[in-house]
Design a protein around this ligand. Structure first.
Ligand SMILES: NCc1[nH]cc(CCC(=O)O)c1CC(=O)O
Length: 309
């Protein structure tokens, strides 16, 4: 039988693991087979050009552009993205139709030789490509040597296993989804390593007004969506991108959501943080507003001081 639902995905192992999970979830929810719900692999500009300059030209959007074009052209019906990689604004005609339940949002410490972040010796080499993780690590340990770590997760893990770095930091969620949880030596605290907005969550993107695929909304997890609304509100106010060190994480506790957001100087010598709470019943628009307000306060406090010299 011809496929009924085509899911667009990047080709990386992580993207395939994530879209494969959604493929199985959709097939189960719709009582379809895996022949009827298929993955369509799409190579994005971001995958082709793994270069620092790329980030300065197009940033995050380069990892989603070709997939979004396929959606708009009707070559695929749904796209699965890491929420963390989804830009603040949706392109015209597209919408985030569902946010499934979030995985572990914490960052993970990976090292061949050391049990924990605190155990790293003076001047240890820490690999990361994230300005946020760099700043948070330096805030605790200004002696560390931060080194650029690029490539897919398998490559990064291999480089850590080879001892090319004393340690590296990665999102726990990605490691769990790839079945590489055993690589984690320590789960870093949400306080010291406040995660990136949306970390650990997925986003299901569809065409706006696509009534044929309106059922996607059934895969939405309300608590996760509420937390993400708050975190992305903060991200927007902080103009969060891969070039600024920004964290935002919301936690639900019974009927309350608590959002914490921060901005750091890239060298970790300054940190501006705000937290606020809201009743869950107030809903996603209020959560987004809370995020924007806290993000705005952080932005004002930080002023121009976080701009790279
Ligand atoms: N920017 C890369 C990226 N996008 C999503 C994840 C991990 C999975 C997630 O956070 O949901 C990663 C890798 C990492 O940060 O270690």
């Amino acid at each position: 039988m011809a496929p009924l639902i085509r899911i667009g995905t990047r080709r990386s192992a992580l993207a395939l693991a994530q879209s494969g999970m959604m493929q199985r979830a959709i097939a189960a929810a719709m009582d379809l087979t895996l022949e009827q719900v298929v993955l369509v692999e799409i190579v994005t500009t971001g995958d082709r050009i793994q270069d620092r300059r790329l980030m300065e030209v197009g940033g995050k959007a380069l990892f989603t552009k070709e997939i979004e074009e396929a959606l708009l052209d009707g070559r695929i019906d749904i796209a699965v993205h890491s929420m963390k990689d989804v830009p603040a604004e949706q392109p015209p005609g597209l919408t985030l139709a569902a946010i499934p339940e979030r995985e572990d949002a914490r960052d993970a410490f990976i090292s061949r030789d050391w049990d924990s972040f605190d155990a790293l010796p003076h001047g240890a080499r820490l690999g990361t490509a994230s300005l946020r993780r760099q700043a948070q690590a330096l805030a605790l340990r200004p002696d560390l040597q931060i080194e650029m770590l690029r490539g897919n997760i398998d490559t990064r893990l291999r480089r850590a296993a080879d001892g090319e770095f004393d340690a590296i930091l990665l999102a726990s969620a990605g490691l769990n989804r790839l079945g590489r949880t055993e690589a984690v030596r320590e789960y870093l605290s949400l306080d010291a390593f406040l995660p990136a907005p949306g970390q650990g969550a997925l986003a299901l993107q569809t065409r706006e007004g696509d009534t044929d695929h309106a059922w996607v909304a059934a895969l939405n997890h309300a608590d996760t969506a509420l937390a993400i609304a708050a975190e992305r509100g903060a991200m927007v106010a902080l103009e969060g991108s891969c070039r600024t060190a920004v964290g935002a994480h919301a936690i639900l506790d019974n009927d309350h959501l608590t959002l914490t957001t921060e901005m750091l100087a890239p060298d970790g010598t300054a940190r501006w943080r705000r937290a606020g709470t809201l009743g869950v019943v107030e809903g996603e628009a209020a959560a987004r507003t809370l995020g924007e307000q806290l993000g705005h306060q952080v932005h004002l406090a930080a002023g121009d001081q976080t701009l790279p010299g």
